[in-house]
Write a protein that binds this ligand. Structure first.
Ligand code: MF3
Ligand code: CO
Length: 260
């Protein structure tokens, strides 16, 4: 597994900031009646203007520049000119960019108009499960502790963690080792070290952890068609904890976490 050097880290910070800024930039457009394709196009133009590349575009044949997953869509929703946001929707926007040959990857939930109390709680718990995991990251812990922390928290709150999709190492490649599972596992005995970079991206469901893939081959939905939420960050393990490379300035967590 790759330990990043100073140059790698410098570049990943630049890539991370572009992803974070894109997620922030799009906020004001998340309104009833905008199509998900229009959101895609605005993000695409913004990323290109920063002289970066939208990493999802063409990745294993994915047809658009970003993933937009609303309500019962768990992840990998394809932007579409005929899909419009409406009052009450919860929407995940997942953005990955390549800058100077380095990747960053992050996603968050947006609320369209007034959303239900249940969905508000779903999103809050999902975000808190990610933050809780981040607050434990430091050199010397087992990678697999992350999964146990997330699953324990989510299930204590009576939600369900999706098991089919996971976080991943990231750097000069979109998906590197290790896989970062979001549930209790005995996968390996990898110990976190300073200089590792990976994503954590829990997907949380109501009533079932199970998912199904749509006929388009991409769109992942909950098996029970209830809503799902996801938050994702790209992080760097530091000497004293971690740094959130895709940190956004409106977040209720600091970019540098001291966890020792
Ligand atoms: N950002 C997602 C991830 O964590 C999506 C990758 S699938 C893609 O891997 F095709 F949309 F790129
Ligand atoms: Co990812």
């Amino acid at each position: 597994m790759l330990i990043k050097n100073k140059i790698d880290i410098q570049n990943m910070k630049i890539a991370g900031k572009i992803t974070a800024d894109t997620l922030q930039m799009i906020t004001k457009y998340i309104q009833p009646n905008i199509s998900t394709n229009e959101i895609n196009n605005i993000c695409h133009q913004y990323i290109i203007k920063k002289k970066a590349i939208p990493a999802c575009l063409g990745y294993q044949g994915f047809p658009k520049s970003i993933c937009i997953s609303k309500n019962e869509i768990v992840c990998h929703g394809i932007p579409n000119k005929n899909i419009f946001l409406k009052n009450g929707d919860i929407v995940n926007i997942d953005i990955a960019v390549i800058k100077n040959g380095y990747y960053s990857d992050a996603s968050k939930m947006y609320f369209v108009g007034k959303i239900s109390e249940k969905n508000k709680i779903l999103c809050k718990i999902t975000q808190k499960s990610l933050y809780l995991a981040l607050s434990h990251i430091k050199p010397g812990i087992f990678l697999k502790e992350i999964g146990a922390i997330i699953q324990n928290y989510v299930e204590k709150k009576n939600f369900f963690i999706v098991k089919e999709y996971c976080g991943h190492g990231i750097g000069k490649n979109f998906h590197e080792l290790p896989q970062v599972l979001h549930y209790k596992n005995f996968e390996n005995n990898i110990i976190l070290q300073e200089g590792m970079t990976f994503t954590i991206e829990p997907m949380v469901n109501i009533g079932t952890s199970q998912t199904k893939i749509s006929k388009d081959g991409w769109t992942v939905k909950t098996l029970n068609n209830k809503c799902s939420a996801q938050y994702e960050h790209t992080i760097l393990v530091t000497k004293t904890g971690c740094e959130i490379l895709t940190w956004q300035k409106n977040e209720k967590i600091t970019s540098h976490l001291y966890n020792i």
